[in-house]
Ligand binder design. Structure first.
Ligand code: NAP
Length: 242
């Protein structure tokens, strides 16, 4: 059976993606880092709506933890494989570069960028063997435009876009597609501290996006109809162009 793995699938955009894919009929592995309560709530919501899902906790920045968790998952699922991976886990630690601490830089690069590398490399072999795979990377407007106060986050997301384009060319012949989605401002815990009313004034649509709007795009890229789309960065930002 084909499964989807959503990193950081317990809250925000990842939660909406996990729900959307499960409602589309894919069993979903919901990865999270530490907030077990939120992960359990997401799992309950999916199962109550008739979807199939399970939890798998690991830190996407820790290659040994990833290996242990995924090897364990595979041992419990001898006839299944992960055909869709959504590299969504990410964090923000904003600071002006002149004040930025090493830790703020490394933590932000470690999560979305190194996490993409460790998780995707681990799952790629099975996708290539089955000639069936979808890698969907959640980048950001910040990785295209660069945003002040986010040199760490912009660098991680820009690198994720570069890796998306390179990997897409490596694996296209095996019918594995690799795409990135670059959301603008989406209303989640991550953007809770921002002045939504003020920032919405510069968005042509006049509002932040909803996690479900990003999830619908992910579900499209994960499906059969998107088989010929690869190496792309699709923006979803209410018209807030770079
Ligand atoms: P969020 O609400 O803060 O949720 C973050 C999720 O990532 C949680 O499920 C969290 O799990 C998980 N996570 C964090 N660090 C992790 C780690 N080291 N290993 C595994 N899981 C980890 O964030 P969001 O707004 O939904 O953002 C999701 C993605 O979209 C991120 O990559 C973000 O950069 C990107 N994005 C967001 C926006 C926006 O406006 N919100 C815009 C553009 C791009 P725990 O709860 O267990 O820590």
């Amino acid at each position: 059976m084909r499964y989807a793995l959503v990193t950081g699938g317990s809250r925000g955009i990842g939660k909406a993606i996990a729900c959307e894919l499960a409602m589309a009929g894919l069993p979903v592995v919901i990865n999270y880092h530490s907030n077990t309560e939120a992960a359990q709530a997401t799992l309950n919501e999916i199962t109550e709506r008739g979807g199939q899902a399970e939890l798998l906790s690991f830190d996407v920045a820790d290659p040994e933890a990833i290996e242990t968790a995924l090897a364990d998952w595979e041992a419990k699922h001898p006839d299944d494989y992960i055909a869709v991976v959504v590299n969504n886990a990410g964090i923000r630690r904003d600071n002006l570069m002149i004040f930025m601490q090493n830790e703020e830089w490394h933590n932000v690069v470690d999560t979305p960028l190194n996490g993409f590398f460790y998780v995707t490399r681990r799952l790629l072999k099975n996708m290539l063997t089955h000639r069936d795979g979808r890698v969907i990377n959640i980048a950001s407007l910040s990785g295209l435009k660069g945003l002040p106060g986010q040199t760490n986050y912009s660098a991680a997301k820009a690198a994720l876009i570069g890796a998306t384009k390179a990997l897409a060319q490596e694996v296209a012949k095996r019918r594995v597609t690799v795409n990135a989605i670059a959301p603008g401002f989406i209303a989640t815990d991550m953007t809770r501290d921002l002045d939504e009313k003020e920032l919405s004034k510069m968005i042509p649509m006049g509002r932040f996006g909803k996690p479900e709007e990003v999830a619908a795009l992910v579900a499209f890229l994960a499906g059969d109809k998107a088989a010929y789309i690869t190496g792309q960065v699709i923006q979803i930002n209410g018209g807030l162009y770079t």
